[in-house]
Structure formats: structure tokens, C-alpha cells
Design a protein around this ligand. Structure first.
Ligand code: ADP
Ligand code: MG
Length: 248
């Protein structure tokens, strides 16, 4: 099932025919899609379908069996080539985001930053302002609520201006009441920064809410790719329809 999910103009991220085998099992099979700057593409599917493995290959912390990944047209991994993860300018956010407990909020956000002291301080101030946490810059993580810590983690991930943000179920640790707010704030900030986002989730509702495009995955493959409207209103088969049937 090899489909071309690429689009014009030049995408920020382009994933071509990524495949990952463990032994003789293909856990990611021929996955292709692209993401424009400022756009969110969701990888949606049940547990075990290969979402995290796909992200790990894009991040460079796992090696693909075959396929290529391009950022702004430049190959970052392919046959016999792999740019080290720290040179990919890709930001990561996972459910178990761990802030450094012994560093202040400001130091957490500036941790991976380069440049002069003044530049770093300005970037930290800008981001903490954007996530509404200027008042907390000298606090330590344990003094903040879960939602506030999540905002700090987002600011930290965005501080070095990553070209791409990879998010693996980043909201699943939050309670419902908070989650909607954090999702909306996160989207607004990512859009503001112009970052291309790949968001992994097993919750249809989250993908419909957050993605401009959704790649529906099953058993390692993308079985349908489209806008939330298309995916929701014209599911590719019965199984896809059932997957969306729990939400109103
Ligand atoms: P998802 O994130 O969609 O829940 P994963 O990408 O984590 O799925 O895993 C996809 C499949 O690949 C699972 O069946 C998982 O057990 C398998 N898998 C992941 N990593 C490894 C590994 N290092 N060795 C063997 N199998 C793996
Ligand atoms: Mg996963």
C-alpha cells in the first residue's frame, strides 16, 4: 500500500517509504507523508500500530530498515546516511517530559540554548511570556502544577527553534479539564513559532481537534490520509469507522 502523501509547496518534513523491521516483523511499513511549516499532522492509531517507532526514526534515535527522511529538502537519513539526532534540529515532547528538578524554570528553558547570555535570557523571557509563566521563572519545577510543568516543557522544547516538533501522546498525563486548555495553548504557540509538528495519538478526538491532516495507521501502515473532515466523514473501511464511533 504505497501512496504518495506529499504535497506542495516545499514541505518542512518529508518522510518517504520508512520501514522498520524487528527480526522478520515489519512494525512500520512503507510510511510516507509530509508536513508544511506551521502545520500539524497527526499519526493516529491503536496501541502497537507503529506510531512511536515512526517518530523515533524521524528523531534519529532509532535506525530505519529502509526509507528516507528530508527536512527542508535536505536528507537527514537514508541509505548509508544518518545525521546525528542532536544535529537534526528536531524538538521532542513525550508524555513523561522530565524537567530538571534541580534547575529553576528559567534554567530549564535555557538549558539547550546557545548564544550570548543576553540572547538566551531574551529567548527564555519571550517563551515564558508566551506560555503565561513569566512569574514563575525563578521557581523550581516541584512548585508548579502539572499543567504549568507541561507549559515549561513546551517552552524548553521550543527554545532552540526546532524546525520540527515531534510529540508522542504529550497530553495523556493531564486531567480532562486541563487538557483542552493545554492543547489549545500548545497549538497557538506552535503556530506562532511556525514549527512543523508530528503529533502521535491513539485518541481520534485529539487528532480531529489538533491535526490539519491525519494519517490513520494500522499494523505499521498508513491506511488513510486526509483532513479531519475527510477522515471522519469518509472512513476508508469498517474498522476505521468503528475506531471513530466512540466520539460524538
Ligand atoms: P505505538 O506507538 O503505535 O503504540 P510502537 O511503535 O511503540 O507502537 O510499536 C509498534 C510495534 O513494534 C509493537 O508491536 C512493539 O512491540 C514493536 N516494537 C517496538 N520497539 C521494538 C523493539 N525495539 N524490538 C522489537 N519490537 C519492537
Ligand atoms: Mg507509542
Amino acid at each position: 500500500m504505497s501512496q504518495d502523501h506529499t504535497q506542495s509547496p516545499q514541505p518542512r518534513l518529508e518522510v518517504r517509504n520508512l520501514t522498520r523491521r524487528f527480526g522478520d516483523r515489519e512494525v512500520v511499513r512503507d510510511v510516507s507523508f509530509s508536513v508544511a511549516p506551521g502545520q500539524v499532522t497527526c499519526l493516529l492509531g491503536p496501541s502497537g500500530c507503529g506510531k512511536s517507532t515512526t517518530l523515533r526514526m524521524i528523531a534519529g534515535v532509532d535506525r530505519q530498515s529502509s526509507g528516507e527522511v528530508y527536512v527542508d529538502g535536505e536528507m537527514i537519513c537514508g541509505p548509508n546516511f544518518s545525521l546525528p539526532p542532536e544535529k537534526r534540529r528536531i524538538g521532542l515532547m513525550f508524555q513523561d517530559f522530565a524537567l530538571f528538578p534541580h534547575l529553576s524554570v528559567a534554567d530549564n528553558v535555557s538549558f539547550g540554548l546557545e548564544g550570548s547570555k543576553a540572547e538566551k535570557r531574551a529567548r527564555v523571557a519571550e517563551l515564558l511570556e508566551k506560555v503565561g509563566l513569566s512569574w514563575a521563572m525563578d521557581d523550581f519545577p516541584h512548585m508548579l502544577s502539572g499543567g504549568e510543568q507541561q507549559r515549561v516543557a513546551l517552552a524548553r522544547a521550543l527554545a532552540p527553534r526546532p524546525r520540527i516538533m515531534l510529540m508522542d501522546e504529550p497530553f495523556s498525563g493531564l486531567d480532562n479539564r486541563l487538557r483542552d486548555d493545554i492543547r489549545d495553548e500548545t497549538l497557538a504557540l506552535l503556530k506562532d513559532e511556525g514549527t512543523a509538528v508530528v503529533l502521535v495519538t491513539h485518541e481520534p478526538e485529539e487528532a480531529l481537534r489538533m491535526g490539519q491532516e491525519i494519517a490513520l495507521m494500522r499494523d505499521g501502515s498508513i491506511v488513510q490520509f486526509g483532513t479531519p473532515y475527510n477522515i471522519y466523514n469518509a472512513p476508508v473501511d469498517r474498522e476505521a469507522m468503528a475506531f471513530f464511533s466512540d466520539i460524538n
